[in-house]
Design a binder for this molecule. Structure first.
Ligand code: GRF
Length: 204
């Protein structure tokens, strides 16, 4: 039987340059998957505009607008299931996913983090905070990590990493830009490998 193209939902909160990298690689045939739904925690995220420009359906998920956290989780999960989403790719999503979604999509949720995990991860380690901590440490290199998502921030199994040097005159912004360039290459490649079973995560 011919395999169906995997259907991806991308979750974000901001600019969405990683979303764009996933869309571009999907269109170029480098990622055998389709981005079919974009979920944002903020109505102002530029990532939503990127999705709309590509004709991709969008949704702003605000748990506080529901009567309870359980109702919010249930609605999100049923929306994912209605759209037959196979994988969730977090790309700058600044909220924790409801645990029922994490459980339903076990080993099928990935995240990209702008440092070499397990260093510089966890709650509060996002955006410039990460790069400031890396520069303060005196490390000689940083990079990007793609990992599976569980219920703890930046904690799931590491799938792949890309490394960049830290230069003597680096600022958090210059380091972030160098890392982001690598994320755009690493993330579609790693997602493709996960979908094709190359990481063997389901054999464990
Ligand atoms: C990236 O640096 C990613 O590693 C982190 O959030 C940032 C998102 O950037 N999780 P963008 O919205 O994809 O441009």
């Amino acid at each position: 039987m011919e395999q169906q193209t995997a259907r991806i939902a991308v979750f974000l909160s901001g600019g969405g340059s990683n979303l764009q990298a996933l869309i571009d690689d999907s269109k170029a045939g480098l990622l055998s998957a389709r981005i079919v739904w974009v979920v944002s925690s903020s109505a102002k995220a530029y990532g939503l505009t990127r999705a709309e420009n590509e004709g991709i359906e969008t949704f702003v998920f605000k748990p506080k607008k529901y009567p309870s956290p359980e109702a919010a989780a249930e609605d999100l999960l049923s929306k994912l299931q209605e759209r037959k989403i196979d994988y969730i790719a977090l790309a700058g999503f600044l909220k924790l996913l409801p645990s029922s979604v994490v459980a339903a999509y076990s080993k099928r949720i990935v995240n990209v983090h702008p440092a070499l995990l397990p260093k510089y991860g966890g709650k509060g380690m996002y955006g410039h905070h990460v790069h400031e901590a890396v520069l303060a440490s005196g490390d000689k290199e940083s990079g990007a990590t793609v990992h599976l998502v569980d219920e703890i921030y930046d904690h799931g199994k590491i799938l792949d990493q890309a490394r960049v040097p830290i230069l003597p005159d680096d600022t958090p912004d210059s380091l972030a830009a160098r890392v982001l360039e690598q994320e755009h290459k690493l993330y579609p490649r790693a997602l493709n490998k996960l979908i094709s079973g190359e990481y063997g995560v389901n054999d464990e």
